[in-house]
Design a protein around this ligand. Sequence first.
Ligand code: BTN
Length: 254
Amino acid sequence: MTAIFKPTIIRFDSVDSTNLEAMRQAKAGAQEGLCVLAREQTEGRGRLDRSWHSPKDSGLYLSLILRPRLEMNVWPLLTLTAALAVADALRRACALNADIKWPNDLVVNDRKLCGILAETVETNSVPAAILGIGINLTNEVLSPDISVTATCVETATGVRPAAELVLLELTRAFGERYDFLQSQGGAEHTIREWCANSSYGIGRRVRVSMSDEVFEGTTRGLESDGALRVETNSGKIRIVRAGDVTALRATENQ
Ligand code: BTN
């Protein structure tokens, strides 16, 4: 397959949020493949209106502008594609095997190491996708309040990672997986790959927290748009498109 995705990196010492900067650039006409990279973010954004702690040179903070040749109903697969690419990059650059937690986290020993925030923006009446990726690299990122639930590459491997190498492997892996996603059968292939690389795909006992409801069940794979199928304790299949999913420990299992 001919590679189509070509990243062009623009670097900032400091920005409010690489996602916000990428949106501004996309609205100003930037092409697919522009990658906004910052050494620090003053207003790093997470899912569900949370913030993303982004101290200088302690993490990889970047956002890609995408103009996918895909129906918009399958754009959620971009998040899964990015998660697979981060897992590839950490394996290649740091010899680290991370798990993928639905929909957008990479975790090691159930502690979060990377988050992905996909947003859409109208640009000249054509929507673009902004794919923001934050990877915790060094111990300085782990402030006391987040170290209970978060980790970083340095803690997980015992070695300070080379940020530029992680960046190189990430853009390379994302390009491969994004080109594949847009090829014939790419969506089905991406879903199979995601399930093969995530312990959350099939048979995992989880608690699902949605805005108005919390329930428990067992994961039963993904829908064609990347939504998570969860079988409740009463045997009903629920389709989860938004919300937080946490693994239940053995002692919490039925
Ligand atoms: C999450 O897990 O809630 C998503 C976190 C996404 C953080 C990244 S850091 C780079 C990009 N810019 C942002 O403001 N957020 C994303």
